[in-house]
Design a protein around this ligand. Structure first.
Ligand code: HEM
Length: 446
């Protein structure tokens, strides 16, 4: 009788948590699936199409700026932005400050965000009713993000997790910059609708917003999550808070300089920011424990380090571009060393480690696909980053012929990554599997 009472009591304590966990899992899966779709079609496929068009006409200026911007928006906000929102909502249940999950707000945010990113892409690519569609897209993205922001802000970390932990401070700061970026983006789109002549933002303003999104949101959010995850999963030494905060501060200085049009000075500051982040995360120091590579490919820690080599290449190429770029080749190479080399390689590496566990303690579908997606992504990126300046700046004919090859290699890599995550999501989550799963929270899933 007493034990029956106890079971009931335990159930009544556990059930809301379990329900919240499942609801957050479904939402993160929705953000992952929509993010993957943006990455594949509006993002990478359009990027490949653009690059083939540029290579055929042998000039960057030959392509519509609205198409270039549509591709960049789909990748940065549609893909990586969706992943960030999904992980943010999921982490609410881990904070344990509440037994219920904000289901309605989560799904409203998902719907508004996806509607906004989709409209932005359609407005840019088709040009149909763009004076209405583009400002509407900016507002939808902003409201979707605000819902996320206000929901996440209300929740406090569980006891034992300090709100002052460096990774959390960085997450909060980069979330503020994300919000500010969307406000600036929205104002820019309203002004474009009122006085522009095509559905493309003026080149300089577009680059300023893209730089803010990359150095103010994507790079620091990855640093923040890495400060939490790399010691657990890769066995790296504990992060150094001062270096990480310095890296973030320098990124902000770089962004201000970009808005003042001091591109050379900002490029130097971004190099310093990248070095500080690498030092803060102990990326190139000897690991203090073995990496946890159970169920994933053992090359995992190598690809993590390679991503930071790309971050350095990107920032150094940025300095060269500020001095020598005439036709967009050095800026393009620097941007893709950052977006494909650093951001995408990092998302592929750490994503295939943590996301299956977040989605119901699933196991990664294929270790081999993980390896090949990463190997091909790095190969495609290497070819792209080395050939782009040769083609755009020096008009070297073999480079024009190799650029589309790099695009197809990158497209293959992206498809393998999407396939591996889709295969993972199609497997049963742990609570429905018969046999006990070797993964557990003790394996370090935060
Ligand atoms: C995977 C294959 C990819 C291909 C083939 C590709 C292709 C291109 C091309 C041709 C451009 C025009 C400028 C230039 O020639 O450099 C461009 C711009 C850009 N790409 Fe990519 N890209 C790819 C992946 C990515 C990824 C993964 C991201 C972000 C996570 C990204 C973000 C951007 C951004 C932000 C721009 C600038 C857009 C603008 O001017 O507003 N790209 N890309």
């Amino acid at each position: 009788m007493q034990s029956e009472f106890k079971v009931k009591e335990v159930n009544s304590i556990e059930q809301p948590h379990i329900r919240a966990e499942r609801q957050s899992q479904t939402l993160i899966e929705a953000f992952l699936v929509s993010g993957l779709l943006f990455m594949l079609l509006p993002g990478t496929f359009l990027g490949v199409w653009n690059l083939i068009g540029i290579s055929r006409r042998q000039a960057l200026a030959a392509l519509s700026p609205a198409w270039l911007q549509a591709h960049g928006q789909a990748q940065v906000f549609g893909w990586v932005g969706s992943f960030i929102l999904g992980i943010g909502f999921y982490s609410l249940t881990k904070m344990q400050s509440t037994r219920t999950f904000p289901v309605a707000k989560g799904w409203a945010s998902w719907s508004l965000w996806n509607a906004g990113v989709t409209l932005r892409w359609l407005g840019g690519v088709t040009g149909w009713e763009w004076r209405r569609i583009l400002p509407a897209s900016g507002m939808l993205e902003l409201v979707g993000f605000l819902l996320f922001f206000l929901t996440v802000r209300k929740h406090r970390p569980a006891s034992g997790q300090s709100a002052k932990a460096t990774w959390m401070v960085l997450v909060v700061l980069s979330t503020f910059v994300f919000l500010l970026t969307l406000v600036i983006n929205s104002v820019a789109l309203f002004r474009l609708a009122a006085s522009g002549s095509t559905p493309a933002l003026p080149h300089r303003l577009d680059l300023q917003i893209v730089t803010m999104a990359l150095w103010g949101v994507l790079v620091p959010t990855i640093s923040a999550l890495n400060a939490r995850w790399l010691p657990i999963f890769a066995g790296f030494d504990q992060p150094r808070p001062r270096w990480l905060l310095t890296a973030f501060g320098l990124s902000l200085v770089g962004i201000v300089l970009v808005f003042l049009n001091w591109w050379g000075a900002s490029a130097v500051v971004f190099v310093a920011s990248a070095l500080a982040a690498i030092q803060g995360l102990r990326v190139w120091h000897r690991a203090v424990q073995p990496a946890k590579v159970h169920n994933i490919h053992p090359s995992f820690p190598r690809f993590l380090r390679i991503a930071y080599v790309w971050l350095m290449i990107a920032s150094l190429l940025g300095c060269l571009a500020a001095l020598e770029d005439h036709s967009g080749g050095l800026w393009g190479a620097s941007r893709h060393a950052l977006t494909v080399g650093f951001v995408a390689v990092m998302v592929f590496t750490i994503g295939q480690r943590v996301l299956p566990a977040f989605c119901g303690m699933r196991v990664l579908w294929s270790k081999e696909l993980m390896f090949w997606s990463l190997a091909l992504l790095n190969l495609g990126c290497l070819l792209r980053v080395s050939m782009e300046p040769m083609a755009y700046e020096l008009d070297w004919q073999p480079a024009w012929r190799l650029l589309p090859v790099s695009a197809v290699i990158e497209l293959t890599a992206v498809t393998l990554f999407a396939l591996n995550l889709a295969g993972t999501l199609m497997q049963q989550p742990a609570h429905l599997r018969q046999v006990s799963d070797p993964i557990s929270n003790a394996d370090g899933v935060p």
